[in-house]
Design a protein around this ligand. Structure first.
Ligand code: 3NM
Length: 211
């Protein structure tokens, strides 16, 4: 699964803010069919018991597709659900604390919101980072956009050490511009989950980021 991470270009997130719980398997299958290279479950505001249930439902689909499955925020749930990794934010403790729960083999990713945070995550030893939000986004309210100015430099510096996924307000409509600014890997959430044909939307995005 680490080799899948190393070559990943498009990271999709199954976000319960957009996808009703009843549609999880269906939408996960569409994201996987379209060619998502990584899949995260993000269920802000749901109870841990519920999130574990969601994770147990999505995990087998990712496993069958050979796509790493990452759980947002909950290392213990990631372990119990048989996920391949966990993603944590800036306020969710240190890598060492997470490693005590998930062990040495699981993928652990970190959200970063500035070049300095990105450098710090590499120094700490995270397996990959999100870098954003590039643009303000309703999926993660309250953060200004970083913009595209730093993307090329941070991709050259940090992205050569660990996979760096640009995130936040990225859509098929601006993806070419994001790639032209130097992004090699991206996370796209709402633009894929709200597309009328999710599989087709993922395929189009995947083709733009890595033709
Ligand atoms: N994390 P969309 S931005 C989940 O900057 C998330 O760390 C961000 O969703 C960060 O593609 C973000 O709909 C939301 O803008 C991304």
């Amino acid at each position: 699964m680490r080799s899948r991470l190393a070559s990943a270009r498009l990271y999709a997130i199954l976000d319960l803010g957009y996808t009703p719980a009843a549609d999880l398997e269906n939408v996960a299958s569409q994201l996987l069919d379209g060619g998502a290279d990584l899949l995260q479950l993000r269920a802000k505001g749901h109870e841990p018991e519920e999130i574990e249930d969601f994770a147990r439902r999505v995990q087998p689909l990712c496993r069958e597709a050979g796509v790493p499955f990452i759980v947002n925020d909950f290392p213990d749930i990631a372990v119990r659900a048989g996920a391949d990794g966990v993603h944590i934010g800036q306020d969710d403790g240190s890598l060492l604390e997470v490693r005590k729960i998930v062990g040495a083999d699981m993928i652990v990713g970190r959200s970063t919101h500035s070049p300095d945070q990105a450098r710090a995550a590499v120094a700490e030893g995270f397996d990959y980072i999100g870098f954003g939000p590039l643009f303000p986004t309703p999926t993660k309210l309250g953060r200004p956009g970083i913009g595209l100015e730093n993307v090329r430099a941070i991709e050259a510096e940090v992205g050569s050490a660990i996979p760096l996924f640009c995130i936040g307000g990225i859509k098929r409509a601006n993806l070419a511009e994001v790639v032209a600014a130097g992004a090699r890997r991206v996370v796209i959430v709402s633009d894929l989950l709200t597309a009328p044909d999710i599989t087709k939307a993922v395929r189009a995005a995947r083709g733009t980021i890595a033709p």
